[in-house]
Ligand binder design. Structure first.
Ligand code: UGA
Length: 438
């Protein structure tokens, strides 16, 4: 099928490459001219495992192209994905100006018939507005341009894997023709056994919020439990393992630490809360999820303060700057939040990330960034493991101890083996587990 994708961020680009890989004819477009130029020269604009290779392959095979001109990209497309950003306004409400703008552009350029698919995470009710915009712009195409909601469930760092082999495909639509077109689009996936769930548009939109909020709830639950475990001298990792053996609960998303970050959970929870209030239902659980998340970072800060006493004139190495392992994305990164708060308290912070040094330098230019974990840790009074990158789990602890000023590790992601930290002579402070003194 002929597919256009408006917006080439993590979701948009994964949509482009995965649909091209299964045989569709895809054109991607973006308001960011530099990004389009980069994509035209087959360069992935961010770190995402497997993306560069797949991008090169599908471009070389002639199934994926990128155009600056959205009108040209959209005209003739049977399916047009809206994958533009929906940042949060100060009120927590999602800013949907880019979605509306994309809708107007698509309407003006569409030759119809076409399905406009909302894939950006948006509050329930957005598709109705999008539909109205399309009809206002092109009354002549009424009935020919329809709207579907097709929320994305991919994870950054696993975007290619998740979009090539999704756990489920969710399509919300209002009419049989639209469902038929979407079934045709996703046939290569459903043929391999991927479930396709069909609902009303608003149910699909709400289901996306429900999934992200529930995952965030699991994280906040385990982080609150970590606070209790710390006070009781229990081990939250062992508790999570026990919980995880119950198939009704499951072990995933029960890793205590510095809390969740990224461009999805923090803004989605805020938008969901706002949406629910707009529907006259107070949902205080959502605010509580966000509060516990903030508390997780406070807990890490308290551990650092307790270990180092005053932070002035102390050097602290923050290992990991992205919002999680596997990505160079630093948006709403707990690691960077922590670095800022440590600097505000007078510490000298030395950062390092295997993939996110450049994005972190752009986001937080005052942060000193090093090319290597040991360089960052050299002369440090404390190392904080802020992201669960595999290489931090393999740090040579003897070497680390030799180059540090004080042998102190705050393990914000419970990555290290406490026994090994003890043998290496560290004061080791994990999250929700008993501290280890040499
Ligand atoms: C999340 C969802 O997992 C995806 O299904 C969804 O499509 C996406 O949001 C979205 O709405 O676009 P993502 O933000 O890429 O995906 O990352 P996750 O792997 O979910 O992690 C989110 C945050 O939670 C990270 O900061 C991570 O470090 C943290 N986390 C995760 C924990 O602190 N503990 C855990 O046990 C798991």
């Amino acid at each position: 099928m002929k597919v256009a994708v408006v917006g080439t961020g993590h979701v948009g680009l994964a949509t482009c490459v995965s649909l091209a890989a299964v045989g569709h004819d895809v054109i991607g477009t973006d308001a960011d001219r530099e990004r389009v130029a980069q994509l035209q020269s087959r360069q992935a604009p961010f770190h995402e495992p497997g993306l560069q290779d797949l991008l090169e392959r599908v471009v070389d095979e002639g199934r994926l192209r990128f155009l600056h001109d959205a009108a040209q990209a959209v005209s003739g497309a049977e399916i047009v994905f809206v994958c533009v950003g929906t940042p949060a306004r100060a009120s927590g409400e999602a800013n949907l100006a880019a979605v509306e703008k994309a809708g107007r552009e698509i309407a003006r350029s569409s030759t119809g018939p076409a399905v406009v698919v909302e894939k950006s995470t948006v509050p329930a009710g957005t598709a109705r507005q999008l539909q109205r915009t399309l009809h206002h712009e092109r009354p002549d195409l009424r009935g020919q341009i329809t709207v579907a909601s097709n929320p994305e469930f991919l994870r950054e760092g696993k975007a290619v894997e998740d979009s090539m082999d999704p756990s489920r495909i969710l399509v919300g639509a209002d009419d049989p023709e639209t469902f038929r077109a979407m079934r045709r689009l996703y046939k290569p996936f459903t043929e391999k056994g991927c479930p396709l769930v069909e609902t009303s548009i608003v149910t699909a939109e709400l289901a996306k919020h429900a999934c992200n909020a529930f995952l965030a709830l699991k994280i906040s639950y385990i982080n609150a439990l970590a606070r209790v475990a710390e006070r009781a001298d229990a081990d939250v990792v062992e508790i999570a393992d026990v919980m995880g053996l119950d198939p009704r609960i499951g072990r995933s998303f029960l890793d205590a630490g510095l809390g969740y970050g990224g461009y999805c959970f923090p803004k989605d929870i805020a938008a969901f809360e706002r949406l629910s209030r707009g529907l006259h239902y107070e949902f205080p659980l959502l605010e509580e999820i966000a509060r516990i998340n903030r508390e997780a970072l406070d807990a890490a800060l308290s551990k650092i303060r307790a270990a180092l006493w005053n932070l002035e004139e102390k050097r602290i190495a923050v290992l990991g700057l992205s919002y999680k392992a596997g990505t160079d994305d630093v948006r709403f990164s707990p690691a960077l939040d922590l670095a800022v708060r440590l600097m505000e308290e007078g510490a000298e912070v030395a950062g390092y990330d295997p993939k996110a040094n450049a994005t972190a330098a752009e986001d937080l230019p005052v942060l000193k960034i090093y090319d290597d974990a040991y360089e960052a840790a050299s002369g440090a009074h404390c190392v904080v493991i802020a992201v669960e990158w595999e290489e931090f789990g393999n740090l040579e602890l003897d070497r680390l101890k030799e180059i540090m000023a004080y042998p102190v590790i705050v393990d914000g992601r419970n990555l290290l083996d406490p026994g090994k930290a003890k043998v290496a002579g560290f004061h080791y402070y994990p999250m929700g587990r008993p501290a280890v003194e040499p």
